[in-house]
Write a protein that binds this ligand. Sequence first.
Ligand code: CTP
Length: 402
Amino acid sequence: MSKPKVVLGVSGGIAAYKACELLRRLTESGHDVRVVPTESALHFVGAATWSALSGNPVSTEVWDSVHEVPHVRIGQHADLVIVAPATADMLAKAAHGLADDLLTNTLLTARCPVVFAPAMHTEMWEHPATQENVATLRRRGARVIEPAVGRLTGVDTGKGRFPDPAEIFEYVRRVLARGAAPQDLAGQHVVISAGGTREPLDPVRFLGNRSSGKQGYALARTAAARGARVTLLSANAALPDPAGVDVVHVGTAVQLREAVLKAAADADAVVMAAAVADFRPETYATGKIKKKDGENPAPIALVRNPDILAEISGDRPRPGQLVVGFAAETDDVLANGRAKLARKGCDLLVVNEVGERKTFGSEENEAVILGADGTETPVPYGPKEALADQIWDEVVRRLPAR
Ligand code: CTP
């Protein structure tokens, strides 16, 4: 089988140095990468680096090797084109169909999935001109990864940061795996909770659970690759922020409830994959609880936490939105799952069996997706990503047509 052909376009921003890592990950995982930098990208990283890391020739102009018609062939033969970093200038050129160098020509001839990973200062990203260009590109089917929030060049902090190259690689891998499949979540806002809440006893101790957050993060990554706008509410998951996903970090069930209600106000679907503590300590000690010689500790009084899934299922923050819950069961999995689906009032319930070594922290999962409409979709043991895609299949089937 021939290697998938990826064109890595690089435009002139400081994040070009981070694209070297993306390139390395792509080549090491068996992709044939042709780097097409712009002239200004070479101010940041030279042609020798791109050529050495890709093992392929590098040029910026259409005038090199003219007999091979590179301005047409590179785009035509690609399985995926990613422009990373994409500057405001590059987005403008692409949106308007300009073709004044090899990369912009390639963008016009590519018929494969095209991905832009913008990186720029917040003001440039937020400028209406850039936003309109991004909207134009998305409308035409290109994928534009939302930049991350964080440290920018110099002392500035804000939206516009180039996402972690390892996460851009993950994004690219998923888009390539989907091939010609449509972006069936494009235009949809999905909210996903992930991880496990921690209910503090004092400044150093908490009641928690063993959820790793991997299933919720797999849901966020797969939804992004299917074109959704994704808000990930992450409760104590020690995982990197997925590229293009808006990540909100929370600690407790009460904080998660607030974050869910806020994010769900304009969401088309809400997936509660987080393990939410059903109880929290009644009191919080502002100072560390100390042991006393010869005395047993005082019992910990617990109070109920709000049931977020039941609350939003019964009173949807946005009318008509789809709500998906998870259930971890040890016995009578299906019967308990059906009863829980009815009790919570959600549209879909993903039921998995938990045990000693099952589910927690693992890369794989096995589940049955129950529908309030009576459907029952078993998903065999496999990567959490495969289960995530099956859940989105069920969601897409039920979303009102746009
Ligand atoms: N959940 C929630 N708020 C809670 C507890 C759970 O939103 N306070 C959500 C979880 O995110 C998950 C689903 O509810 O999607 C199932 O949680 P689970 O703890 O299994 O359900 P319970 O009703 O607590 O049932 P059980 O008695 O089996 O613990």
